[in-house]
Design a protein around this ligand. Sequence first.
Ligand code: NAD
Length: 352
Amino acid sequence: MDSFVYVAHPARVVFGSGALSHLPHEVELLGLNRALVLSTPGHADLAERLGAMLGKRTGGVYTKAVMHVPVETAREARDLAQRLGADGTITVGGGSTTGLGKAIALDLGLPILAVPTTYAGSEMTPIYGLTEGGRKRTGKDLVVLPRTVIYDPELTLTLPIGLTVTSGVNAIAHAVEGLYARDHNPVSDLIAEEGIRVLARALPRLRGNPLDVTARCDALYGAWLCGMVLGAVGMALHHKLCHTLGGSFNLPHAEVHTVVLPYAIAYNAPAIPAALARMTRALGNESPARQLYDLTRANGTPCSLRALGMREPDLDRAAELAVENPYWNPRPIERDGIRALLQDAWEGRRPE
Ligand code: NAD
């Protein structure tokens, strides 16, 4: 075995159907007396419910979180936290809400208790992102890593099947890239393989019945594992492409991950035999790229960059941006190969 470095991030995880009932106890354990509850507008009722559960330990509720954490929103929420004398935040929602809690933590150092309701995995990472003037900047700081995470699969029952699949494949993408990351190691590999296996099996069951609580438990467990991988090792071509397409062409986060992942795997395939063997085992199929492609069809969500609204003439520019300052990748990033990959993704062609 090669030598390696493994970094485990500290977090207390409370997992299970109905786990939200542990919130008051967990807030007490964290020592919070004036917690600010954060959510998107769509989850305002849920945020109020959490506030009511906490009674006098609630400092306030802010329900204006939006995608990609615009600095204006982050400042408004931070100022409110200061005015209220908040001593921590409780984020209930997907990556956008967790991201807002992280932005506040970055400025004020307030600890986060995260209650994720999608499979994005941000609650497991010290990575933050802020958008200013249309440009998203990301960074890493342990101060933004949530201290406690409550995973309650019942909160994911309302996820429509389209979002279930795109968010699930977004999570799988973290684990896939983790398997061939430059700094991957035997422990992150174990977590990644299991995360892919559990999630990929849960998603078709959820397509059959989105209210299947057992499948929801499995999917959220898989998402947790995939999020751990994202927090532990570096990402490569797939994430670079998704950041480029999302940031420069304003395409939606989870949907872009879903469209691009099969093609990123196909591109890297010649350079990643060990990672492919693990993906094959996890997915039970000898072509992980085609298996994931098939998994993402027929969910009522866009299956190509064209369907996401990207214009074909923009593919050249996207290829140029993707090869500028590339992330480390197991296969050299060549402009023509990336341009061909983008063409396939634009057309939604089944990988060879
Ligand atoms: P999101 O948080 O924007 O949620 C998408 C939509 O789904 C929102 O309208 C939300 O209100 C709704 N929603 C959330 N949970 C729901 C539920 N259970 N039922 C019904 N509707 C629900 O989307 P996301 O994909 O979770 O997060 C994307 C954002 O997170 C992006 O900005 C991305 O960059 C970021 N992200 C960051 C990290 C990190 O480590 N920093 C990791 C992954 C994603």
